[in-house]
Structures are given as structure tokens and as C-alpha cells.
Design a protein around this ligand. Structure first.
Ligand code: ADP
Ligand code: MG
Length: 697
């Protein structure tokens, strides 16, 4: 059956081919449905008239009713301005125009009652309203009966009378035409459970609510719907994948037990234990694991990965760990080798700089299965790398790797897909993680090992640099090491390098007797490595670097992180950088250096960093500041298709929508019961609309 909402927009009363063409190009509105989903971004309350005496600064907009007096022109040329007094029974307010004076002036007549709408500004001690909308009052017509929607529009559309008011008129026509044919798409049980407004009414009230209470309910319903269908889609893909992909069954734990009993250098945190249990549950389930392991920097993800590798190895399989950079691959290799050697597990490293002579035997041992673990960079996904039986892939800091690369690792075992564990220190809120990585199950290490001293974070303006140098000197005298990090932003690369080099020189001057390293992205990998290793061995005391050191590097003796131009970094990055210190037993510090002038947002970022070490709390603030658009993975998840819902403000609705979607699918995985038919049709329609949503993995 044809859906009336698929009707071309040019057939709507009030449009016609010309306006339709503009709506197509300017706003991407092609059909009735597109227009219906062109939601207002706010509403104005024109259902009531305010008394002039009750105006305060708190009102964003007011609607007034009164008579005009004292119309005056002031100034000359550009400085020309028109003022008029509007009075009602309670008081007087000034109206001001700087532009369009020639059109406004003739409209202002004494003794006529006007409706005025605008934003009051406090000017000295009195309020005025600049460029108000003003129209003669007509009894019975001027009182709006509903809140007035304000629609996004463009200059071109405005010239064609499709300003916000014009669009509102089209919406009215549209709703009159289609109202009775708008069908419910949520199951009755869900409507009942959450007391949701029926779809038809919700759409009407999203556009033309009579009261703000109705608007709230309508929005809640439409937001729920948006989240619900995204979740349904993601969960169905996940379900399909789980049924499809068998996984090797890993049950033996003898090796693991031995490691636990004899070689584990510390007690695992409860969070680590819980996460290992979750992963082990997957590995013995017979289905392929695809799990995201989230844990703040320093929460101990590496040992968890190693333990999972042991499970694979104990069951005759091999494991690999892929890291985004050589430095990190190195670090992982060195870290894991200590454990591996203790328990007689063979481990090797493979990166772009592995020499051919070393590479050949390594590849052979991988192929014949005698090498248990290989740690490396994306060199691991090359075709030459083949395994006897790859059972587990661990991918560190996954945001550096694309989905396609993940898939390439899968193919390394043609018999049974390897289990996949993706580790990330980007602490995104759990609800968001579930949404973004709908295809991955999520485990969280939400606890740091005991005995860590929280990092102390302080903020200094550039003017106090000498004080900071003094502090660095004191820490170095105590035997500690210091990072000094500079931002590197592509557009201003040259300036950034100059800053870095200037900073390096001034540090060398200020610390003539202290060995200083420098590492940046323009250096050759070998040189970077060389400098990094010098710092790791504590031969140098200060590491001046760009953000190349951002990810994962572990130098427990480094206890001070100085971040230059901290206002230029995003919160996630600041938090990552800070995580480089605080890994040893000593008290660690993070010093945020900034310019004296800070934007409001930069100030909030700095304050947040000083206030808390909690990655999830920081992620929440970050999400509020940036919106989800900048977060990795949002593109694939469909989250950017949200029109009304807001991933950070509406987390509760998201949670409810996800739970509901999961419950429904548990009962009816194919959505084949009659009560789920409308939901299924909605999904099919969305899929048609947006081809290429398809596979996430
Ligand atoms: P991340 O999660 O950032 O990758 P790492 O795995 O590098 O963290 O661990 C950080 C440090 O904490 C390492 O030196 C590691 O050996 C240590 N560590 C991990 N788990 C524990 C624990 N349960 N108790 C004490 N130290 C631990
Ligand atoms: Mg790590």
C-alpha cells in the first residue's frame, strides 16, 4: 500500500514546483515525511500577553500588547536609529530599530493597538526591545491558541515567503492532510508500559502544542521512537551475527590457574576479575566473541588481555595483539614478555620495522603454530601473516583502527572466526558505548588498582612559567621524570612546530644540566623510538613531545605531565595525556598551562580536569560540550540521524528504549508477531531510505 507520507512535497497545498524545488535544495525536503520530520528547534509562547511591568531579564522572548507613542528618528547615516514607546496599563518599554527604518516607520501609528514580540534587553536600568515583530492587534486572531513553532530555514527560502511562519503554514496544511493516516509504529505493550503519547498526536504536538506540558510529552514519545528503532536495528544485526558466527570453544584453564597461583604479581581488582569472567563466558560459549573492553588509563587492561590470551593458548590456539603505533606495540610486547617468559609461552613482535631476516622465521612459527603470541602494529594484517590457529585477536585503542581492519584480522582464521577483544581507554558513557558499539558487547573496568595516589591537577597561566619550571626542577631533584606536551593541530602545523621548538629551546636553557628528549611526528620512527627508549631508561629526565605520546606509553617513573596550551586540547585528549603519569608509587601531578584569555568552553574543560580524575565523568562533560558528532563511531551507529533526541541529555530515554528493544527481540527475534508488524515495517522503510546502513562490522 502506498504511504501518503511518500507523496512529493510539490503536491502539498501551498507549495507548487518552485517552492518545492527550493525546499529540495535548501533543506533536503522531498516528501511529506521529510517536511513532517523538519521539526521546530524551539517554540515561542504567544498564547499569552505579558504586562510590561513584569518583564525581567529572564524572559528570552515576550509578547506584549499596547499602544505606540513618541516615534523618533535619531542620528545620521549608519548611526540612524528609530525609537518608539510602547505602553500598556502597567508601564512603558522602548522599541528600537537600526535597519529597515523606511519600512517600519510608516507602520507605526498612534492610537492603534499593537502586538509586539521580541527579546527584552536591559539597557542601563530600563528594558528595550530591538527589532521586535510588530503587527496591529486584531481581536480573536492575535491570540495564538498554541505555542508557536520556530523552524530552521534559509535566506533563499525566506525570500520565497518560506520563513519560519511560512513553513509553519505548510506544516498546518500537511498535518490536516495526513493526520488521520499517521499510523502507530510502536507495539501497544510498549505504549502502555511507558504511557507514551500516540504517534499521530505526538507529531501534531511536536509542531503545534497547546501547552508546554503537551510539548514535553510529545517530545518524549518521539525521542523514545528515535532511540528505539536505532537500537532495534543494532540489536538485530548483533543477534544475526551471533547466530551466524560460531566460535572456538575454550574450556581449559590449567595454564591460567598456574599463572594465577604462581606468577601473578598483584591481586586483580574486583573489576578486572568480573571482566575476565565475562570474557571467559564468551570464549566458552561456542559463539564468536566481539567484546569492547573499556577501562580508564591505568585500570590494568593489559593483564586482562594477557589472561585471556592464556585461555586461548591453553586450548591449542594462538593470540595476537594489535596496537596503533610502534611505540605502543613495543611497550605491550615488553610488558607481556615478562609474564609470558614466566609461564613458558612464546611471544614475538612484528612491526613495519621488523627486519626481513627476523621476519621469515617468525612468520613460519606463526604458521606452524609454535609461536603463541604475536604483538604488533597493522603489519599484522598483511597477507603474509598467517596463523596455524588464531583464536583471539586483541585490538588496543581501537579508535585508531577502522572497522575494515578489524574485519581483516577475522579472516586470519579461515576455519573458525577468532574471538575479538577491543580495548579502549576512551571513556565514553556506558549508554553511549552500547549505542555506538551496538555490535559489540561491552565490559567495563571501572576501578583502579588499590594504592594509586590520585593525580593532582593544577592550572597555571603562561605568565607563571618560572614557577612551573621551579616545580619541575624540584621533582627532577627527587629523581622523577617530566613530560612537557605541546598541541599539534594540523591547520596550524607550522606554528605548532615553532611553538614546540621554542619550548624545547627554552627548557634546554632553563635546565642546562638536565638531559632532555624531544619526540614529534616529523621524526623518523627509529629516531622517535631511540628518544623514547632513552626516556624509558631514565637517561633523559624531561620529554618534550607533541601528542605522539598520547596513547598508552608506560613510564612509571614519570610523575609530572605539563601540558602547554592546554586550552587547545579537547577533554578526552587531556585526560589521555594525564593518564601517562600516576602509574608508579609516587604522587603525580598534571600541570595545565594556558593563555590568560580563555573561552567559556575552554574554562569549563580546564575546571573539569582540575576537579576530577574520573574518566566517565569527564566523558559526560565532553559529550555535553561537543555533542556526539565528534565521537568515533557515531557515523556508523545512526546516532547522527537523531533529530529530536540528544544522546547526552536523554540518556534515560535511551536506556529505556534499549531495554525495550532487547526485550522485544528476546521474545520475537524476527519481529514476526502481528503486534510487531508496524515496527518491522518502520525498519524496512528506514533501511530503504538509507541504503548502506548495512553492516557495521
Ligand atoms: P591500561 O588499562 O591503561 O592499559 P595497564 O594495563 O598499562 O593499564 O596497567 C597500568 C599499570 O598498572 C601497569 O603497570 C600494570 O602492571 C599495573 N596493574 C594492573 N593491574 C593491577 C592490579 N590489579 N594491581 C596493581 N597493579 C596493577
Ligand atoms: Mg594500555
Amino acid at each position: 500500500m502506498a504511504d501518503i507520507l511518500d507523496t512529493k512535497i510539490e503536491y502539498l497545498k501551498g507549495t507548487g514546483p518552485q517552492k518545492a524545488a527550493l525546499l529540495n535544495t535548501e533543506l533536503g525536503i522531498f516528501t511529506y515525511r521529510d517536511l513532517l520530520e523538519h521539526y521546530p528547534f524551539r517554540h515561542e509562547d504567544r498564547t499569552k500577553f505579558y504586562d510590561i511591568a513584569e518583564i525581567t531579564e529572564d524572559y528570552p522572548y515576550v509578547q506584549l500588547r499596547g499602544v505606540i507613542d513618541n516615534v523618533q528618528l535619531h542620528g545620521e547615516g549608519n548611526k540612524k536609529r528609530l525609537t518608539a514607546q510602547l505602553s500598556d496599563a502597567t508601564g512603558t518599554v522602548e522599541l528600537v530599530w537600526f535597519q529597515g527604518i523606511q519600512w517600519v516607520m510608516p507602520k507605526l501609528k498612534r492610537g492603534v493597538e499593537y502586538v509586539v514580540f521580541g527579546k527584552p534587553n536591559l539597557f542601563g536600568r530600563r528594558f528595550n526591545i530591538a527589532h521586535p515583530e510588530i503587527e496591529p492587534y486584531i481581536a480573536g486572531q492575535s491570540e495564538a491558541t498554541a505555542l508557536t513553532p520556530v523552524y530552521p530555514t534559509t535566506e533563499k527560502l525566506k525570500k520565497r515567503f518560506l520563513d519560519s511562519k511560512g513553513i509553519a503554514l505548510l506544516q498546518k496544511n500537511l498535518l490536516e492532510t495526513v493526520y488521520k493516516q499517521i499510523e502507530e509504529n510502536l507495539p501497544p505493550s510498549v505504549m502502555e508500559k511507558y504511557k507514551l503519547m500516540p504517534r499521530r498526536q505526538a507529531l501534531l504536538n511536536v509542531h503545534f502544542p497547546k501547552t508546554s506540558e503537551l510539548l514535553r510529552k510529545a517530545l518524549a514519545r518521539m525521542k523514545f521512537e528515535e532511540f528505539f528503532f536505532i537500537q532495534l536495528r543494532l540489536l538485530m544485526q548483533m543477534g544475526a551475527r551471533k547466530r551466524q558466527n560460531a566460535g572456538q570453544v575454550f574450556r581449559n584453564v590449567a595454564l591460567l590457574t598456574e599463572f594465577y597461583n604462581k606468577h601473578l604479581p598483584f591481586d586483580l581488582t574486583d573489576a578486572q576479575k568480573r571482566v575476565i569472567k565475562e570474557i571467559f563466558g564468551d570464549m566458552k560459549s561456542g559463539r564468536q566473541m566481539n567484546r569492547l573492553l573499556q577501562g580508564d588509563v591505568g585500570s590494568g587492561k593489559t593483564i586482562v588481555a594477557f589472561i585471556c590470551m592464556l585461555i586461548a593458548i591453553d586450548n591449542g590456539a594462538q593470540a595476537c595483539l594489535m596496537a596503533p603505533t610502534e611505540i605502543l606495540a613495543d611497550q605491550h610486547y615488553n610488558g607481556l614478555k615478562v609474564f609470558a617468559d614466566k609461564i613458558g609461552v612464546r611471544i614475538a613482535k612484528l612491526t613495519g620495522s621488523t627486519k626481513t631476516a627476523d621476519r621469515r622465521p617468525l612468520l613460519e612459527d606463526l604458521k606452524n603454530g609454535s609461536l603463541h603470541i604475536v604483538v604488533g602494529t597493522h603489519a599484522l594484517i598483511e597477507d603474509a601473516v598467517q596463523f596455524g590457529n588464531l583464536g583471539l585477536c586483541v585490538i588496543d585503542e581501537q579508535h585508531r583502527f577502522g572497522v575494515a581492519q578489524r574485519a581483516k584480522l577475522w579472516e586470519k582464521n579461515p576455519q573458525v572466526l577468532p574471538h575479538v577483544l577491543v580495548m579502549t581507554a576512551t571513556p565514553i558513557p556506558r549508554t553511549l558505548a552500547m549505542t555506538l558499539y551496538g555490535d559489540l558487547d561491552v565490559s567495563v573496568i571501572d576501578q583502579l588498582p588499590a594504592g594509586r595516589k590520585p593525580i593532582q591537577t593544577v592550572h597555571y597561566y603562561d605568565a607563571h612559567r618560572l614557577k612551573v619550571f621551579g616545580f619541575m626542577r624540584q621533582q627532577i631533584a627527587l629523581g622523577r621524570q617530566v613530560y612537557v606536551v605541546y598541541p599539534l593541530i594540523e591547520e596550524s602545523e607550522k606554528v605548532d612546530y615553532k611553538n614546540l621548538m621554542d619550548g624545547y629551546e627554552s627548557i634546554c636553557r632553563a635546565f642546562p644540566d638536565v638531559p632532555v628528549s624531544i619526540v614529534h611526528g616529523k621524526m623518523k620512527p627509529q629516531d622517535k623510538d631511540f628518544e623514547m627508549q632513552r626516556f624509558v631508561r631514565a637517561e633523559t629526565k624531561i620529554m618534550v613531545a607533541t601528542t605522539v605520546i598520547e596513547v598508552g606509553v608506560n613510564v612509571p617513573n614519570a610523575s609530572v605531565m605539563v601540558i602547554e596550551n592546554a586550552e587547545k586540547f579537547g577533554l578526552a585528549q587531556l585526560h589521555q595525556l594525564r593518564g601517562r603519569v600516576g602509574r608508579g608509587a609516587e604522587q603525580s601531578y598534571c600541570v595545565l598551562m594556558t593563555d590568560f584569555k580563555l573561552s567559556k568552553e575552554a574554562k569549563l574543560r580546564i575546571e573539569t580536569m582540575v576537579r576530577t580524575n574520573n574518566g566517565f565523568e569527564i566523558a559526560d562533560v565532553d559529550l555535553r560540550l561537543r555533542g556526539p558528532g565528534d565521537l568515533e563511531g557515531t557515523q556508523q551507529s545512526g546516532i547522527l540521524d537523531l533529530r529530536l533526541a540528544d544522546i547526552s541529555r536523554d540518556q534515560k530515554i535511551l536506556q529505556a528504549a534499549r531495554e525495550t528493544a532487547a526485550e522485544i527481540l528476546a521474545e520475537d527475534p524476527e519481529l514476526s508477531c502481528p503486534e510487531h508488524l508496524p515496527a518491522r515495517q518502520q525498519l524496512q522503510r528506514q533501511r530503504k531510505q538509507q541504503k548502506g546502513w548495512g553492516q557495521i562490522s
